[in-house]
Design a protein around this ligand. Sequence first.
Ligand code: ZN
Length: 210
Amino acid sequence: MSLREQLCEYGRRAVDLGLVIGTSGNLSVRQGDRVAVTPSGAALDRLTPEMCPIVDIEGRLVEGDLQPSSETPMHLAVYAATDAQAIVHTHSVFGTVVATTMTELPPVHYNALLLGGVVRVAEYATYGTPELAANVRAAMEGKRAALMANHGGVTVGATLEEAFEATRLLEWLCEVYVRALGVGKPAILTEKQLAAVVERSLDPPSFPRL
Ligand SMILES: [Zn+2]
């Protein structure tokens, strides 16, 4: 599948799973110094490959007629600071609830380790600005996911499938935490408990070392 075809496929899946409503999210996938990104203002379940712009790592349009997503500066900032090859950003419901009420998502389930443990909430800044890009880059350090205050979530991966699965996991973790808060006081896993999970999973290494 070409980079642009991948954007169409995962854009559709994001809408189908309710992670994205209409145009409220964006995806990108990188190959070398080129980044295919979803276009600004387009419904993610109605993309065609030729609608998706390709930019270079400085954000200059290389191919395509439509404008790249307004969050392209955030995607490029994350690519510049990490080894990510794909990024998914959504305004998914539970992720946005946590991002609106908390400064971090604590690890209440060991699968949080797949995202790097605690998920930080990046400080609020207006969408599409260099300030927001810098805040997300800082929150993403050493992690595979970040939340964006009063906005949504963002995840990275070595492939678009990986970044997409990280977004699904982030949303699941946020939903579990929010629902648990409604029932009682959720227990937060300790450093020791998390370290024991990492030790147990070294062969095969399914969780990254913190
Ligand atoms: Zn957004």
